[in-house]
Design a protein. Sequence first.
Length: 304
Amino acid sequence: VASAGPNTFAGEALDRAGPRRTDERWLAEALADPASRAVLAGPDGVLVVEDDGRVAPAEVPVAGLRPKEPVLLGVDSRGAVFAVELDERGGALAPDASVRGLREVAPSLSQADGGLLAHASALLHWHRRHRFCANCGARTVMGEAGHVRNCPVCGAQHHPRTDPVVIMLVHDGDRVLLGRQRAWPRGRYSALAGFVEPGESLEEAVAREVGEEAEVEVDDIRYRSSQPWPFPASLMLGFTARYVGGEPRTHDGELEDVRWVSRTELEAAAAGRGNLLLPPRDAIARRLVDEWLALSSRGPAPRG
Ligand SMILES: [Zn+2]
């Protein structure tokens, strides 16, 4: 099945301009250029403007901000784009703008703006949490236009983190395995998911997580697509996996329930009928379900 384009929070339209990050002269000029703009984010969300149901990043000229730690996100046809910590500046600089949760506004953003704000949120979160050296505890100093933090005492370099999470739709003929967490809205079920551990391949992580969360064994693990998930720093890696054996039951306490869901029940839920609530459309879990429905409605895939 052909990919249907990037997931929400991917698809940013910037050239990330990696070589410019160490070009001090170019950076100084870009920060002074009236065409360069900043997007702002803080612990409570992103600074956005709303117009008739559409939401977009509030774009503030970076030259007027004079931020202490401007993070270069990239360049487009209009100029350079920086991310700036909202706490540094407050909300007074853009009178029509407001701070909104990124997940909350995601459905109202364009694909490119969703990617841009995910990029800015993830990087600024990383800076917020890495002001001190993990090795020696000294205060770190931003370098490479926000793509490294250096420790002036022990010399350690700290790079932005992205934490891989596998998310997998386990299928068995005409049914799939879904689970729910206690904190979710009533009736909500989703694909199983978990963090990749050190020294583990993605396929091993898929098999281990399904075993831990549902006591089920899988094989034929296939990659589908991925989704940046900056809450705060994950990359969701979507898979399908074929059921081999085991009786699904919750095991390690992460899930409240895990159960088989038939294609009929999934199709009803996708049409808004029945008690089952599927993940929101901007989540990769929903895409895995929708792709599986589209695939299985054309008849069973050849085995082997
Ligand atoms: Zn240090």
